[in-house]
Design a protein around this ligand. Structure first.
Ligand code: ZN
Length: 147
């Protein structure tokens, strides 16, 4: 099972992102142009047709880009193209691990301790004064009696 996202999927992610950016720019340029030529009605129908086509292409590019980006990020099964729960789990594993890591960080931040034994401190009680001394002490820290 892979813990890392494959290079292919990373490449797909960035290609998808570029398509989205390109599509977005194309889409936006239609409106910028439209605003700039506002009130100019020469060849209005023809121009509107070509602008509409560009706007549509831009939108399509954004959608396709978003889809490719999703597949790159989550894999084919992870983004719902393939119905295969086991593969979905596998392809989303890096994210599951990330979520697990975040939970662990949060627990760490909250200073909770899960699963590890409480630290045992061995102490020696002094026969003379009943003071508790660390295991390593040779003499009582309170009264100086040899332990
Ligand atoms: Zn003592």
């Amino acid at each position: 099972m892979s813990r890392k996202i494959s290079e292919d999927r990373k490449a797909a992610y960035y290609v998808g992102m570029l398509l989205q950016i390109f599509g977005g720019l194309l889409f936006a340029s239609v409106f910028v142009k439209f605003t700039m030529r506002f009130g100019d009605f020469t060849d209005f129908v023809d121009r509107t047709k070509s602008e509409a086509l560009r706007a549509f292409t831009g939108m399509a590019l954004m959608m396709i880009g978003g889809f490719i980006r999703g597949v790159g990020a989550k894999g084919l099964a992870g983004s719902g193209v393939l119905l295969d729960p086991e593969r979905t789990r596998q392809e989303l594993e890096p994210y599951s691990r990330m979520a697990g890591g975040m939970v662990r960080d949060a627990i760490d931040e909250a200073r909770l301790d899960l699963g590890s034994e409480p630290e045992q401190v061995i102490v020696i009680k002094c026969r003379e004064c009943a003071a508790l001394n660390p295991e390593s002490a040779n003499f009582c820290q309170e009264c100086g009696t040899k332990l």
